[in-house]
Design a protein around this ligand. Structure first.
Ligand SMILES: Nc1nc2c(ncn2[C@@H]2O[C@H](COP(=O)(O)OP(=O)(O)OP(=O)(O)O)[C@@H](O)[C@H]2O)c(=O)[nH]1
Ligand SMILES: [Zn+2]
Length: 469
């Protein structure tokens, strides 16, 4: 196996080994190359065979080696997350390749020089000026070997995963037809914010960042394959009524202590996630007991976005008149009360009182149809545990977001409870995706798959270890 490929550029490559590599994203074909300068590279591919069958345009990533980011998990750059993200995207596409380019370390200046550049950045220089101060170009990378590898694999026409227009231009010049290019948006962290900003401001990078992704999602678009798009894209794409439910509970299944103290079971990242869900729905629904206990406002504060209508289900009219939902006019409140006398004094102008026609339980399906009558079709059921459990048990919830915090409460207000089964095999085990939110784990359970939904339980939606930037 030793074909020398030198079709367009100066540097050619020789294919040296062909094997497989099982990874967390699935098993890739792993092809090793040595270029004419002696540098060794690898390509991880799926659905790429030597008989070069035509098909959908493959997804390709040219990944520049970054020891600190890829192997050591550095947050100074976004390489590690981009690498995992790209492998996942390529695996999910079923047809594509990631070319891992050695010799590109530090944008081609090498590891030691990159670390010297880091030291200069510690004194205030940005990533471009640090390179220049060391006598290097801002970017010393070449893509001849990458193009030769793509040609060798039969990938002459590609969709490129990159925010760097220079990579696209280089590949075009080397005979690869780039029919699309899409950046990989990863979360900006305090540690890499300046680096990412410099890449955009001084190096022509043009990919959406999480900060840019969110406004697009709010506007009803799913901008690429960034973390937020993966997490919330399905909700944005969803047409028609949508019912979400959310609970944050301890590992042993409680949403509050036995005195009702619920501050705070889960951490700030879960709160941010909850606020994103709120911003993506028309209405949030809580039970009166929760509204009383937490005196919650149910508005969107941790992220940008519109406030949903706040709906409180209060069959016995127990919500006090000074409850935040009745006094804070930031967002409209719909107070659904059981039959009886009208509230005295009359509620504030932002409160609409809706009288439930019957005494007793407010059936979830009927609550949803009442909300639909008021134009509220996308609904988030937020608590407490009994209300969320009732909606889940009634089979009306599309997705349940259950966040578990590494805390043991022992006794308290129960979180999710569904009807038990005798046999484990009969237990509710829906399709699930999960991600870390700081210390907590968010699990998304798809209780009612949308007809067109992808089976994407393998999708890695990224972890939030850092505080929201
Ligand atoms: N010299 C230098 N290199 C860096 C620095 N930070 C990251 N790198 C290197 O930059 C390379 C990655 O390039 P980036 O500019 O982050 O991204 P890109 O490959 O141009 O664009 P994408 O395709 O969108 O990822 C890796 O080889 C890193 O080692 C730095 O501060 N100085
Ligand atoms: Zn890096």
């Amino acid at each position: 196996m030793s074909t020398l490929r030198q079709p367009h550029g100066r540097t050619g490559v020789e294919r040296c080994a062909d094997t497989t590599l099982p990874t967390r994203h699935g098993t890739f074909r792993l092809t090793a190359y040595r270029d004419t300068a002696g540098t060794e590279h690898v390509a991880l591919s799926v659905g790429v065979t030597d008989d070069h069958r035509p098909g959908a345009t493959p997804v390709v990533r040219l990944h520049s080696e970054c020891l600190t980011g890829d192997a050591l998990g550095s947050y100074r750059c976004d390489c590690g997350e981009q690498l995992q993200h790209a492998l996942r995207t390529i695996a999910a596409s079923g047809h594509g390749a990631l070319v891992y380019l050695r010799g590109h370390e530090g944008r081609g200046i090498g590891l030691v020089e990159k670390l010297r550049a880091y030291a200069l950045q510690d004194t205030g220089l940005d990533t471009v000026d640090a390179n220049l101060a060391l006598g290097h170009p801002a970017d010393a990378r070449g893509y001849d070997a990458a193009a030769a590898i793509l040609h060798d694999l039969g990938l002459h026409r590609v969709r490129l995963l990159s925010a760097n227009p220079a990579k696209e231009r280089a590949l075009r010049d080397l005979g690869i037809a780039v029919v699309g290019r899409e950046g990989i948006a990863v979360r900006t962290r305090p540690e890499n914010a300046r680096y990412l900003a410099t890449k955009r401001a001084r190096m022509g990078h043009d990919h959406p960042h999480v900060e840019d992704e969110w406004p697009a999602l709010l506007a009803g678009e799913v901008p690429g394959s960034g973390q937020l798009s993966l997490r919330y894209g399905d909700l944005v794409r969803h047409r028609g009524p949508l019912v979400l439910a959310q609970l944050g509970q301890s590992l042993d299944g409680f949403i509050a202590s036995r005195t009702g103290d619920a501050r705070f079971v889960t951490g700030p990242q879960d709160r941010e996630h909850l606020h994103r869900l709120r911003a993506l729905v028309d209405a949030v629904v809580v039970g009166a007991a929760t509204a009383r206990a937490d005196d919650c406002r149910l508005t969107v504060r941790d992220v940008a976005g519109p406030h949903p209508v706040r709906v409180v289900l209060d069959p016995r009219r127990t919500l006090p008149h000074d409850a935040a939902l009745l006094t804070d006019g930031t967002a409209p409140t719909t107070w659904v009360v059981g039959p009886g006398v009208d509230p005295v004094p009359p509620p504030a102008p932002h409160v609409r009182v809706v009288t439930w026609p019957a005494e007793g339980v407010m059936e979830p399906a009927l609550v949803l149809s009442l909300l639909a009558d008021h134009g509220l079709h996308r609904v988030l059921v937020e608590g407490g545990g009994r209300l969320v459990s009732a909606f889940v048990t009634a089979g009306v919830v599309d997705r349940l977001y259950l966040t578990t915090a590494p805390v043991l409460v022992g006794d308290g207000v129960p979180g999710i409870r569904v009807g038990g089964e005798d046999r484990m095999a009969d237990a509710l085990r829906p399709t699930a995706r999960r991600w870390l939110a700081g210390e907590d784990v968010v699990t998304e359970l798809v209780l009612r798959p949308a007809p067109s939904a992808r089976q994407d339980e393998q999708v890695d939606v990224g972890d939030d270890h850092a505080q929201p930037a």
